[in-house]
Ligand binder design. Structure first.
Ligand code: SAH
Ligand code: SF4
Length: 349
Protein backbone atom coordinates (compact mmCIF):
# COMPACT_ATOMS: atom_id res chain seq x y z
CA UNK A 1 0.00 0.00 0.00
CA UNK A 2 2.82 2.35 0.90
CA UNK A 3 4.23 1.98 -2.62
CA UNK A 4 0.86 2.47 -4.27
CA UNK A 5 -0.84 5.20 -2.30
CA UNK A 6 -0.27 8.90 -2.65
CA UNK A 7 0.49 10.42 -0.25
CA UNK A 8 2.14 7.30 1.17
CA UNK A 9 1.26 8.14 4.80
CA UNK A 10 -2.27 6.96 3.98
CA UNK A 11 -0.96 3.40 4.26
CA UNK A 12 0.13 4.07 7.82
CA UNK A 13 -3.29 5.49 8.61
CA UNK A 14 -4.99 2.38 7.28
CA UNK A 15 -2.61 0.16 9.27
CA UNK A 16 -3.38 2.13 12.40
CA UNK A 17 -7.13 1.85 11.87
CA UNK A 18 -6.88 -1.90 11.33
CA UNK A 19 -4.56 -2.92 14.14
CA UNK A 20 -4.87 -0.19 16.75
CA UNK A 21 -8.50 0.82 16.39
CA UNK A 22 -9.75 -2.54 15.08
CA UNK A 23 -11.71 -1.06 12.19
CA UNK A 24 -13.48 -3.73 10.16
CA UNK A 25 -14.32 -1.63 7.11
CA UNK A 26 -12.81 1.30 5.20
CA UNK A 27 -16.07 3.11 5.92
CA UNK A 28 -14.98 3.34 9.60
CA UNK A 29 -11.68 5.06 8.69
CA UNK A 30 -12.83 8.61 9.28
CA UNK A 31 -9.71 10.46 8.15
CA UNK A 32 -9.57 8.87 4.67
CA UNK A 33 -11.08 10.63 1.64
CA UNK A 34 -14.21 8.99 0.22
CA UNK A 35 -12.75 8.10 -3.21
CA UNK A 36 -9.75 6.47 -1.53
CA UNK A 37 -12.02 4.37 0.66
CA UNK A 38 -13.85 3.15 -2.43
CA UNK A 39 -10.71 2.26 -4.36
CA UNK A 40 -9.18 0.52 -1.35
CA UNK A 41 -12.30 -1.57 -0.90
CA UNK A 42 -11.93 -2.64 -4.53
CA UNK A 43 -8.17 -3.31 -4.51
CA UNK A 44 -7.59 -4.48 -0.94
CA UNK A 45 -10.85 -5.90 0.40
CA UNK A 46 -10.80 -6.42 4.16
CA UNK A 47 -11.46 -10.00 5.11
CA UNK A 48 -14.12 -10.01 7.76
CA UNK A 49 -15.17 -12.93 9.81
CA UNK A 50 -18.88 -13.21 10.37
CA UNK A 51 -19.66 -14.24 13.92
CA UNK A 52 -22.37 -16.90 13.99
CA UNK A 53 -22.27 -18.24 17.53
CA UNK A 54 -20.90 -17.30 20.95
CA UNK A 55 -20.87 -19.65 23.94
CA UNK A 56 -19.91 -18.50 27.40
CA UNK A 57 -18.58 -20.94 29.93
CA UNK A 58 -19.16 -21.00 33.68
CA UNK A 59 -15.44 -20.39 34.19
CA UNK A 60 -15.46 -17.28 32.01
CA UNK A 61 -14.01 -18.75 28.81
CA UNK A 62 -15.83 -17.71 25.66
CA UNK A 63 -15.98 -19.65 22.45
CA UNK A 64 -16.59 -17.93 19.11
CA UNK A 65 -17.71 -19.61 15.92
CA UNK A 66 -16.91 -17.61 12.78
CA UNK A 67 -18.05 -18.01 9.21
CA UNK A 68 -15.52 -17.30 6.47
CA UNK A 69 -16.41 -15.44 3.27
CA UNK A 70 -16.72 -18.64 1.23
CA UNK A 71 -18.92 -20.38 3.80
CA UNK A 72 -16.94 -22.72 6.09
CA UNK A 73 -16.71 -22.10 9.82
CA UNK A 74 -13.82 -21.97 12.31
CA UNK A 75 -13.63 -21.31 16.01
CA UNK A 76 -11.53 -19.33 18.45
CA UNK A 77 -11.63 -19.41 22.25
CA UNK A 78 -10.89 -16.72 24.81
CA UNK A 79 -9.48 -18.24 27.99
CA UNK A 80 -9.25 -16.33 31.22
CA UNK A 81 -6.33 -17.73 33.09
CA UNK A 82 -6.09 -16.09 36.51
CA UNK A 83 -7.54 -13.60 38.94
CA UNK A 84 -11.11 -14.73 38.46
CA UNK A 85 -13.39 -12.90 40.84
CA UNK A 86 -17.13 -12.85 41.20
CA UNK A 87 -19.14 -9.72 41.89
CA UNK A 88 -22.06 -9.67 44.35
CA UNK A 89 -24.41 -11.05 41.67
CA UNK A 90 -22.14 -14.00 41.09
CA UNK A 91 -21.00 -12.73 37.66
CA UNK A 92 -17.40 -13.40 36.82
CA UNK A 93 -15.27 -10.27 36.66
CA UNK A 94 -12.86 -10.60 33.78
CA UNK A 95 -9.26 -11.31 34.63
CA UNK A 96 -6.27 -9.39 33.39
CA UNK A 97 -4.69 -12.46 31.84
CA UNK A 98 -6.06 -13.43 28.48
CA UNK A 99 -5.15 -16.34 26.28
CA UNK A 100 -6.56 -16.61 22.77
CA UNK A 101 -6.81 -20.05 21.24
CA UNK A 102 -6.76 -19.53 17.48
CA UNK A 103 -7.55 -21.75 14.46
CA UNK A 104 -5.19 -22.10 11.52
CA UNK A 105 -7.10 -24.34 9.09
CA UNK A 106 -10.66 -25.38 8.32
CA UNK A 107 -10.47 -28.99 9.46
CA UNK A 108 -7.18 -30.85 9.50
CA UNK A 109 -5.33 -33.37 7.35
CA UNK A 110 -3.48 -35.10 10.17
CA UNK A 111 -6.41 -37.31 11.17
CA UNK A 112 -5.71 -38.01 14.85
CA UNK A 113 -7.95 -40.78 16.16
CA UNK A 114 -8.90 -38.84 19.34
CA UNK A 115 -9.70 -35.50 17.72
CA UNK A 116 -13.09 -34.22 16.67
CA UNK A 117 -11.64 -31.76 14.14
CA UNK A 118 -10.12 -34.72 12.31
CA UNK A 119 -13.50 -36.34 11.85
CA UNK A 120 -14.68 -33.50 9.60
CA UNK A 121 -11.70 -33.95 7.23
CA UNK A 122 -9.83 -31.04 5.68
CA UNK A 123 -11.42 -28.16 3.80
CA UNK A 124 -8.75 -25.48 3.37
CA UNK A 125 -5.94 -23.46 4.90
CA UNK A 126 -6.79 -20.16 6.54
CA UNK A 127 -5.16 -17.11 4.96
CA UNK A 128 -2.85 -14.99 7.09
CA UNK A 129 -5.65 -12.39 7.12
CA UNK A 130 -8.16 -14.86 8.51
CA UNK A 131 -5.75 -15.93 11.26
CA UNK A 132 -5.05 -12.33 12.25
CA UNK A 133 -8.74 -11.36 12.04
CA UNK A 134 -9.64 -13.83 14.82
CA UNK A 135 -7.27 -12.00 17.16
CA UNK A 136 -8.52 -8.55 16.14
CA UNK A 137 -12.10 -9.72 16.71
CA UNK A 138 -11.40 -11.13 20.17
CA UNK A 139 -9.52 -8.00 21.24
CA UNK A 140 -12.24 -5.69 19.98
CA UNK A 141 -15.18 -7.73 21.24
CA UNK A 142 -13.73 -8.01 24.75
CA UNK A 143 -12.49 -4.43 24.81
CA UNK A 144 -8.98 -5.55 25.68
CA UNK A 145 -6.88 -2.44 25.82
CA UNK A 146 -3.62 -2.13 24.00
CA UNK A 147 -1.37 -2.30 27.02
CA UNK A 148 -2.87 -5.52 28.39
CA UNK A 149 -0.81 -8.56 27.57
CA UNK A 150 -2.37 -11.32 25.58
CA UNK A 151 -1.02 -14.80 24.96
CA UNK A 152 -1.79 -16.55 21.71
CA UNK A 153 -1.87 -20.31 21.36
CA UNK A 154 -2.36 -21.82 17.92
CA UNK A 155 -4.33 -24.73 19.31
CA UNK A 156 -7.72 -24.27 17.70
CA UNK A 157 -8.66 -26.15 14.59
CA UNK A 158 -5.94 -27.30 12.24
CA UNK A 159 -2.25 -28.09 12.18
CA UNK A 160 -0.36 -24.76 12.09
CA UNK A 161 2.79 -26.18 10.53
CA UNK A 162 0.75 -27.67 7.69
CA UNK A 163 -0.19 -24.08 6.76
CA UNK A 164 3.37 -22.90 7.12
CA UNK A 165 3.69 -19.78 4.94
CA UNK A 166 0.40 -18.20 6.03
CA UNK A 167 1.24 -18.99 9.64
CA UNK A 168 4.60 -17.22 9.43
CA UNK A 169 3.07 -14.21 7.70
CA UNK A 170 0.36 -14.01 10.37
CA UNK A 171 2.90 -14.19 13.21
CA UNK A 172 4.88 -11.36 11.64
CA UNK A 173 1.78 -9.16 11.35
CA UNK A 174 0.61 -9.96 14.89
CA UNK A 175 3.97 -9.10 16.43
CA UNK A 176 4.55 -5.78 14.57
CA UNK A 177 5.22 -3.18 17.24
CA UNK A 178 3.16 -0.47 15.49
CA UNK A 179 0.23 -2.87 15.10
CA UNK A 180 -1.16 -5.57 17.38
CA UNK A 181 2.23 -5.71 19.07
CA UNK A 182 1.95 -9.19 20.57
CA UNK A 183 5.50 -10.34 21.16
CA UNK A 184 6.43 -13.62 19.48
CA UNK A 185 7.44 -14.90 22.94
CA UNK A 186 3.76 -14.74 23.81
CA UNK A 187 2.78 -16.84 20.80
CA UNK A 188 2.86 -20.63 21.00
CA UNK A 189 2.63 -22.94 18.03
CA UNK A 190 1.20 -26.32 18.94
CA UNK A 191 2.10 -29.07 16.49
CA UNK A 192 1.35 -32.73 16.12
CA UNK A 193 5.01 -33.10 15.20
CA UNK A 194 5.92 -32.43 11.56
CA UNK A 195 9.65 -32.70 12.30
CA UNK A 196 10.87 -31.16 9.03
CA UNK A 197 8.70 -28.06 9.61
CA UNK A 198 9.82 -27.77 13.24
CA UNK A 199 13.41 -27.64 11.95
CA UNK A 200 12.42 -25.02 9.36
CA UNK A 201 10.57 -22.93 11.94
CA UNK A 202 13.60 -23.05 14.22
CA UNK A 203 15.76 -21.62 11.46
CA UNK A 204 13.45 -18.61 11.08
CA UNK A 205 14.43 -17.57 14.60
CA UNK A 206 11.17 -15.76 15.21
CA UNK A 207 11.22 -16.29 18.96
CA UNK A 208 7.92 -18.17 19.03
CA UNK A 209 7.27 -20.82 21.67
CA UNK A 210 6.82 -24.43 20.75
CA UNK A 211 4.34 -26.99 22.06
CA UNK A 212 4.61 -30.58 20.89
CA UNK A 213 1.55 -32.82 21.00
CA UNK A 214 3.49 -35.91 22.00
CA UNK A 215 0.75 -38.00 23.62
CA UNK A 216 2.66 -41.30 23.55
CA UNK A 217 6.12 -42.57 24.41
CA UNK A 218 6.32 -45.42 21.92
CA UNK A 219 5.86 -45.27 18.16
CA UNK A 220 3.26 -48.04 18.08
CA UNK A 221 0.73 -46.17 20.21
CA UNK A 222 1.68 -42.79 18.77
CA UNK A 223 1.01 -44.05 15.23
CA UNK A 224 -2.39 -45.30 16.35
CA UNK A 225 -3.20 -41.88 17.79
CA UNK A 226 -1.47 -39.71 15.17
CA UNK A 227 -1.11 -41.59 11.85
CA UNK A 228 1.52 -39.08 10.65
CA UNK A 229 3.87 -40.57 13.24
CA UNK A 230 4.74 -43.22 10.66
CA UNK A 231 6.44 -40.51 8.60
CA UNK A 232 7.73 -38.40 11.50
CA UNK A 233 8.46 -40.68 14.42
CA UNK A 234 9.18 -39.78 18.03
CA UNK A 235 12.94 -39.79 17.56
CA UNK A 236 12.77 -37.34 14.65
CA UNK A 237 10.59 -35.00 16.71
CA UNK A 238 12.94 -35.09 19.71
CA UNK A 239 15.85 -34.34 17.39
CA UNK A 240 14.00 -31.39 15.82
CA UNK A 241 13.19 -30.01 19.28
CA UNK A 242 16.83 -30.28 20.34
CA UNK A 243 17.77 -28.15 17.31
CA UNK A 244 15.07 -25.55 18.03
CA UNK A 245 16.29 -22.21 19.40
CA UNK A 246 14.71 -21.67 22.80
CA UNK A 247 14.91 -18.59 24.94
CA UNK A 248 17.01 -19.67 27.96
CA UNK A 249 14.20 -18.70 30.34
CA UNK A 250 11.56 -20.62 28.45
CA UNK A 251 10.82 -24.30 28.03
CA UNK A 252 9.42 -26.42 25.25
CA UNK A 253 5.99 -27.62 26.20
CA UNK A 254 5.15 -31.27 25.65
CA UNK A 255 1.44 -31.95 25.62
CA UNK A 256 0.51 -35.41 26.77
CA UNK A 257 -3.10 -36.42 26.18
CA UNK A 258 -3.87 -38.96 28.88
CA UNK A 259 -6.18 -41.77 27.79
CA UNK A 260 -7.49 -44.40 30.17
CA UNK A 261 -5.67 -47.75 29.90
CA UNK A 262 -3.61 -46.55 26.93
CA UNK A 263 -0.91 -44.28 28.28
CA UNK A 264 -1.85 -43.46 31.88
CA UNK A 265 0.48 -45.96 33.60
CA UNK A 266 3.67 -45.33 35.56
CA UNK A 267 5.79 -47.20 33.05
CA UNK A 268 4.78 -44.63 30.42
CA UNK A 269 5.64 -41.84 32.86
CA UNK A 270 9.12 -43.32 33.32
CA UNK A 271 9.62 -43.64 29.57
CA UNK A 272 8.56 -40.02 29.16
CA UNK A 273 11.13 -38.87 31.70
CA UNK A 274 13.83 -40.73 29.79
CA UNK A 275 12.69 -39.40 26.44
CA UNK A 276 12.81 -35.78 27.59
CA UNK A 277 16.13 -35.93 29.38
CA UNK A 278 18.48 -33.27 28.07
CA UNK A 279 15.60 -31.06 26.89
CA UNK A 280 14.48 -27.94 28.71
CA UNK A 281 10.95 -29.30 28.81
CA UNK A 282 7.72 -28.91 30.69
CA UNK A 283 4.88 -31.39 30.42
CA UNK A 284 1.21 -30.52 30.28
CA UNK A 285 -1.06 -33.46 31.02
CA UNK A 286 -4.44 -33.20 29.28
CA UNK A 287 -7.48 -35.25 30.21
CA UNK A 288 -8.89 -36.92 27.11
CA UNK A 289 -12.07 -34.98 26.44
CA UNK A 290 -14.74 -37.40 25.24
CA UNK A 291 -17.37 -36.67 22.61
CA UNK A 292 -20.27 -38.68 21.20
CA UNK A 293 -18.87 -41.87 19.73
CA UNK A 294 -15.27 -41.18 20.77
CA UNK A 295 -13.13 -44.34 20.86
CA UNK A 296 -11.29 -43.56 24.10
CA UNK A 297 -12.02 -42.84 27.74
CA UNK A 298 -11.00 -40.18 30.22
CA UNK A 299 -8.41 -41.33 32.80
CA UNK A 300 -9.17 -41.29 36.51
CA UNK A 301 -8.07 -38.26 38.48
CA UNK A 302 -6.06 -40.58 40.67
CA UNK A 303 -3.99 -41.87 37.73
CA UNK A 304 -3.45 -38.32 36.49
CA UNK A 305 -2.07 -37.26 39.83
CA UNK A 306 0.12 -40.35 40.17
CA UNK A 307 1.49 -39.75 36.67
CA UNK A 308 2.20 -36.11 37.47
CA UNK A 309 3.85 -36.98 40.79
CA UNK A 310 6.18 -39.45 39.10
CA UNK A 311 7.40 -36.74 36.71
CA UNK A 312 7.69 -34.05 39.35
CA UNK A 313 9.59 -36.38 41.71
CA UNK A 314 12.17 -36.88 38.96
CA UNK A 315 12.54 -33.11 38.57
CA UNK A 316 10.40 -32.58 35.48
CA UNK A 317 8.03 -29.61 35.51
CA UNK A 318 4.54 -30.98 34.98
CA UNK A 319 1.10 -29.41 35.12
CA UNK A 320 -2.35 -30.85 34.64
CA UNK A 321 -4.38 -28.78 32.24
CA UNK A 322 -7.38 -27.28 33.94
CA UNK A 323 -10.43 -28.24 31.94
CA UNK A 324 -11.25 -24.75 30.79
CA UNK A 325 -14.61 -24.36 29.18
CA UNK A 326 -15.58 -28.03 29.32
CA UNK A 327 -19.22 -27.00 29.66
CA UNK A 328 -19.02 -25.10 26.37
CA UNK A 329 -17.26 -27.95 24.58
CA UNK A 330 -14.06 -25.97 24.29
CA UNK A 331 -11.93 -28.90 23.15
CA UNK A 332 -10.58 -28.81 19.67
CA UNK A 333 -13.38 -28.68 17.10
CA UNK A 334 -16.27 -29.41 19.42
CA UNK A 335 -18.37 -26.26 19.01
CA UNK A 336 -18.16 -26.48 15.25
CA UNK A 337 -19.14 -30.14 15.30
CA UNK A 338 -22.10 -29.42 17.55
CA UNK A 339 -23.23 -26.68 15.21
CA UNK A 340 -23.08 -28.86 12.12
CA UNK A 341 -24.92 -31.68 13.88
CA UNK A 342 -27.64 -29.22 14.83
CA UNK A 343 -27.84 -28.02 11.24
CA UNK A 344 -28.20 -31.59 10.04
CA UNK A 345 -30.92 -32.26 12.57
CA UNK A 346 -32.72 -29.06 11.59
CA UNK A 347 -32.51 -29.94 7.90
CA UNK A 348 -33.83 -33.41 8.67
CA UNK A 349 -36.95 -31.95 10.27
N1 SAH B 1 -2.92 -29.50 15.42
C1 SAH B 1 -2.22 -28.99 16.54
C2 SAH B 1 -2.95 -27.87 17.25
C3 SAH B 1 -4.45 -28.02 17.40
S1 SAH B 1 -5.01 -29.33 18.43
C4 SAH B 1 -1.86 -30.10 17.50
O1 SAH B 1 -2.34 -31.23 17.32
O2 SAH B 1 -1.04 -29.86 18.39
C5 SAH B 1 -4.71 -28.64 20.04
C6 SAH B 1 -4.58 -29.65 21.14
O3 SAH B 1 -5.86 -30.26 21.43
C7 SAH B 1 -3.63 -30.81 20.81
O4 SAH B 1 -2.69 -31.02 21.85
C8 SAH B 1 -4.57 -31.96 20.68
O5 SAH B 1 -3.93 -33.17 20.93
C9 SAH B 1 -5.66 -31.63 21.69
N2 SAH B 1 -6.89 -32.42 21.52
C10 SAH B 1 -7.47 -32.82 20.37
N3 SAH B 1 -8.57 -33.58 20.63
C11 SAH B 1 -8.68 -33.66 21.97
C12 SAH B 1 -9.60 -34.33 22.88
N4 SAH B 1 -10.63 -35.03 22.43
N5 SAH B 1 -9.37 -34.19 24.21
C13 SAH B 1 -8.34 -33.44 24.68
N6 SAH B 1 -7.44 -32.81 23.89
C14 SAH B 1 -7.60 -32.92 22.55
FE1 SF4 C 1 -5.20 -32.02 13.55
FE2 SF4 C 1 -4.25 -31.37 15.99
FE3 SF4 C 1 -6.69 -32.52 15.70
FE4 SF4 C 1 -4.49 -33.95 15.24
S1 SF4 C 1 -5.11 -33.03 17.18
S2 SF4 C 1 -6.31 -33.90 13.92
S3 SF4 C 1 -3.15 -32.43 14.33
S4 SF4 C 1 -6.07 -30.50 14.96
Amino acid sequence: MQDNLKPSFRAKQVYNWLYKKYATSYEDMKNLPKDLKESLQKDFPIEILKIIKIEKSEDGSIKYLFQLNDGPTVEAVLLLMKDKKKDENGNIIKSEKYTFCISTQVGCKVGCSFCLTAKGGFTRDLTAGEIVAQIVYLKKENMISENKSVNIVYMGMGEPLDNYDNMIQAIKIISQSDGLDINTRRQTISTSGISSKIEKLGQENLGVQLAISLHAVDDKLRSELIPMNKAYNIESIIQAVKNFPIDARKKVMFEYLVIKDKNDDIESANKLIKLLSGINAKVNLIYFNPYDGSPYQTPSRNNMIKFQKQLVDKGLLCTIRESKGLDISAACGQLKEKESLQNKTNKGK
